[in-house]
Structure formats: structure tokens, C-alpha cells
Write a protein that binds this ligand. Structure first.
Ligand code: AKG
Length: 230
């Protein structure tokens, strides 16, 4: 697909070194607007909409269940996991490649963790029926996830009308941070207990793509623990 590579390596390096790294180190999160531009961002959106319309998204799963509490009241998204190499995911693959390049510039500057691999991409849709995702931590128990990167795809999003704001509750801070899920916005934050967050009820179809980058050491330990249990 003929995307225009509107971000050069030096742009990426500048974004990583001047914005992402300092913000992550001082605040624990950072967002960047206009990551891909209108053309490539719209191509990603089209592919996600097509996945949704063709029934490829399934109810998001919970790590456990609470008797008497419905899944939807905790987490109301529909998701699919993609590597990017699937047919019809070329634009998503382009996005993932760009995020990989960005994070690889940041990786050695974010402390002593080796960040060398990531999860597949989770394509998510909150269908607009008032569902959200209650306050949670992505990696509360050392499963290896170190950085959460969320790319939002929602044009003309009006939080007053559509809700769907991501609220971060930075650990030990007296404030919260509200992130609107705006088209072509990339949000990056630490996946561990430093950043509890919630998706507020969403009243319009809300799309996002999330990837998690692993701390290699923690991930290897987590896999060992998991194997010991099975
Ligand atoms: C999650 O999937 O764990 C989320 O918290 C979703 C965040 C978002 O879509 O803004």
C-alpha cells in the first residue's frame, strides 16, 4: 500500500528523545498527536472498521471472574489480536512498524530494562452502548508488560457527547489525567501499578489499537512461573 512515509528517522528520533523519553521519565505517560497524518491514519481506521463490520471482533476477556458481576459491567470492548501480516492489515502493519521504531529509539533511555519484544496488536472497539472499562492496571503482577502504547482512531470525537475518555490515576499523585481518544493520537504509559486507568462509558463507536512492549527479563520470569503452574 503506497503510504507516504511522512515521518523520517530524524523526526522519529526527535519525537522519541525530546518528547517521549522526558515525559515518560518525569510523568509516566506521554501522548503524541498527528502520528501518521490524515491519509495513513484513515487507512488504518478503514481496516479496523472493516474488521469490525465483518464480525472479526470478539468480547474482550477478563483475567478472572467475580460471581454475580457481568463481564460487560467491567469491560465492554470487542477485540481482535493481529500480528499485522494478515490480509487486510497492511496499514495496521505500517503503524506497528512505526511504533516499533519509535520505541526502539526510546528503549535504551528508559532505564535498565531490556525492551526487545512486544505483544500482538489488540484492535479494540467500544460499541457505543455506554460500555467502558473499569479502573485497572494492565500489569499489576509482573507479567512482563512494561509499556502500553494505544493508538486512537476516532474522528470528530466530542468527549462531552461521546464520553470514552481514558482517565489515568497516576500512583501517589493528587490529580488525574484525562486523555481524549482522538484520531491519530498515540498514548504511551508505564503498564505497571504506576498507571491505574479506566475507560469512561462510551456513547459512540470508539476504536483503538494497543500494543504492549515487554521487559525481557520480567517476561521470561513470568513465562517460567506460568510453565511451572501448567
Ligand atoms: C485496556 O484495554 O486495558 C484499556 O484500558 C483500554 C484503554 C483505551 O482504549 O483507552
Amino acid at each position: 500500500m503506497p503510504f507516504i512515509e511522512h515521518i523520517s528517522y530524524s523526526d522519529l528520533e526527535r519525537l522519541a528523545l525530546q518528547r517521549l523519553v522526558p515525559a515518560l521519565l518525569s510523568h509516566g505517560f506521554c501522548y503524541v498527536d498527528g502520528l501518521l497524518g490524515e491519509l495513513a491514519g484513515s487507512a488504518v481506521l478503514d481496516q479496523v472498521v472493516e474488521m469490525h463490520n465483518s464480525g472479526q471482533l470478539q468480547d474482550g476477556r477478563l483475567a478472572g471472574s467475580i460471581p454475580g458481576v457481568s463481564r460487560r459491567s467491567i469491560r465492554g470492548d470487542k477485540i481482535a489480536w493481529v500480528s499485522g501480516s494478515e490480509r487486510g492489515c497492511e496499514a495496521i502493519s505500517f503503524l506497528l512498524n512505526l511504533i516499533d521504531r519509535l520505541i526502539s529509539v526510546c528503549a535504551s533511555r528508559l532505564g535498565d530494562k531490556a525492551i526487545q519484544e512486544r505483544s500482538k496488536a489488540m484492535v479494540a472497539c467500544y460499541p457505543g452502548n455506554g460500555a467502558g472499562y473499569v479502573k485497572h492496571v494492565d500489569n499489576p503482577n509482573h507479567d512482563g508488560r512494561h509499556l502500553t502504547c494505544i493508538y486512537y482512531l476516532n474522528k470528530d470525537w466530542n468527549p462531552k457527547e461521546h464520553g470514552g475518555v481514558l482517565r489515568i490515576f497516576p500512583e501517589s499523585k493528587p490529580y488525574v489525567v484525562d486523555i481524549k481518544p482522538l484520531f491519530d493520537r498515540l498514548l504511551v504509559f508505564w503498564s505497571d501499578r504506576r498507571n491505574p486507568h479506566e475507560v469512561q462509558p462510551s456513547y459512540a463507536t470508539r476504536y483503538a489499537i494497543t500494543v504492549w512492549y515487554f521487559d525481557s527479563e520480567e517476561r521470561a520470569q513470568a513465562k517460567k512461573r506460568f510453565r511451572a503452574l501448567t
